[in-house]
Design a protein. Structure first.
Length: 198
């Protein structure tokens, strides 16, 4: 990050805050602004529901701490995801997110996010209802997130929704490694995580 001239970098690991301390210390040592966050999983219904048919999908959502209160709430949400909400993945829901919303910045995440999934299956009204909830709950701290590798039609729809609801879009790279030399390591880690064969 420093070699590429960036001033800030975020960490948003899937469902865990376990890398935050090491990340924070190293970013500070390198004089880079650390943005602490998580790519959390949102339950299809309540975070305590565990029905094999109805609760299989988990939607992704980016949460970033903008201050000390936000970091406290990020920790609380992650704790609840692992203790109350765990079902195949550590999950939260809209109710607990609203309860611990203070100090958080939210973005709509990747193709597995609530907005992109709704757009993908042609449920634009569902996407709009999600945006309305996020805008009402988080105000200017909610962003529509687009990624360069998304299908063009998904990004177009996301930009159109952002314009319609007067929400700022953000473009993120969804990096899983810092440079091409680390690609093999990332693929091995992914294979270990998914029990795939290389």
């Amino acid at each position: 990050v420093k070699e590429q001239g960036m001033k800030s970098v975020a960490i948003t690991d899937h469902g865990t805050l376990s890398g935050l301390v090491e990340f924070y210390k190293e970013a500070k040592a390198q004089e880079i602004n650390p943005i602490l966050g998580i790519e959390t999983y949102v339950a299809a219904r309540k975070h305590t529901d565990r029905d094999a048919q109805k609760d299989k999908p988990n939607y992704h959502l980016i949460l970033l701490a903008k201050n000390d209160k936000g970091l406290e709430n990020l920790n609380k949400l992650n704790e609840l995801a692992w203790t109350e909400g765990y079902y195949k993945k550590p999950r939260i829901d809209f109710e607990v997110l609203e309860k611990y919303k203070e100090g958080l910045i939210v973005s709509s995440a990747c193709l597995s996010g609530l907005l992109a999934k709704a757009i993908e299956v042609g449920e634009l009204a569902v996407a709009k209802s999600h945006i309305e909830w996020f805008k009402e709950t988080f105000g200017d701290d909610f962003y529509v997130e687009v990624m360069p590798h998304n299908p063009p039609e998904i990004n177009t729809a996301l930009f159109e929704l952002a314009d319609e609801f007067k929400i700022k879009p953000i473009v993120t790279p969804d990096c899983h490694h810092a440079d091409p030399s680390q690609k093999v390591i990332q693929e091995i880690m992914l294979a270990l995580n998914t029990h795939a064969k290389v």
